[in-house]
Design a protein around this ligand. Structure first.
Ligand SMILES: Cc1cc2nc3c(=O)[nH]c(=O)nc-3n(C[C@H](O)[C@H](O)[C@H](O)COP(=O)(O)O)c2cc1C
Length: 173
């Protein structure tokens, strides 16, 4: 069973990025389990002076990344940058080996959000993640699709999502 950890960089309830990941949980192919990590909002702000001992929610995050066969990440753009929530979470992981050679599919829920997408990709590559090129795609979630049901109601989105998951499957076999 391929274990995929899905991480959203948005905390808001009606998040397109989270909706995409929730839909991925529902359309995962046979032999793959997609599970969401929901704890990013409880992480303290990263400070190298207080990095150790690792706070329990962060330790849980690092353990779940290490245990996963691949990561599926979706995160919005705020003022042409990566959200603080996502960047804070990644900063906590920089000094651990959890990301080294970890297959990562980075999906973008908004075609306008190219600057943050590029910056996030750069950070992931810098952390030695192994980007799954075929799984790094923009899947434009329309305004009305604000939850998994909304995403699953749009056939094109389901096709794109299934294709990204198939790429993860290929990359991890
Ligand atoms: C503080 C803030 C800044 C934003 N800045 C940008 C931006 O620079 N570029 C962009 O394309 N969208 C921007 N947006 C729009 C968000 O990308 C959009 O609302 C997106 O749906 C948020 O992702 P989510 O639905 O997963 O929460 C911004 C939204 C907020 C709240």
């Amino acid at each position: 069973m391929i274990d995929v950890l899905a991480i959203s960089g948005s905390l808001r309830a009606a998040s397109k990025n989270t909706a995409l990941l929730e839909a991925a949980v529902r359309v995962a192919p046979q032999g793959m389990r997609v599970r969401r990590f929901r704890g990013l909002g409880s992480f303290p702000l990263f400070n190298p002076d207080t990095e150790f001992p690792t706070p329990p929610p962060v330790a849980d995050f690092i353990a779940q990344i290490a245990a996963a066969d691949a990561l599926l990440i979706a995160s919005p753009e705020y003022a042409h940058g990566v959200t603080g929530v996502m960047k804070n979470a990644l900063d906590w992981v920089v000094s651990s080996p959890a990301f080294i050679d970890k297959p990562v599919a980075l999906v973008n829920a908004s075609p306008r959000a190219t600057i943050a997408y590029g910056a996030l990709r750069e950070t992931l590559v810098t952390m030695s993640a192994r980007m799954i090129e075929g799984g790094c795609v923009t899947i434009a979630v329309p305004p009305m699709a604000r939850d998994a049901e909304g995403v699953l109601a749009v056939p094109d989105l389901v096709v794109a999502l299934r294709s990204a998951l198939a790429e993860i499957q290929r990359a991890t076999q």
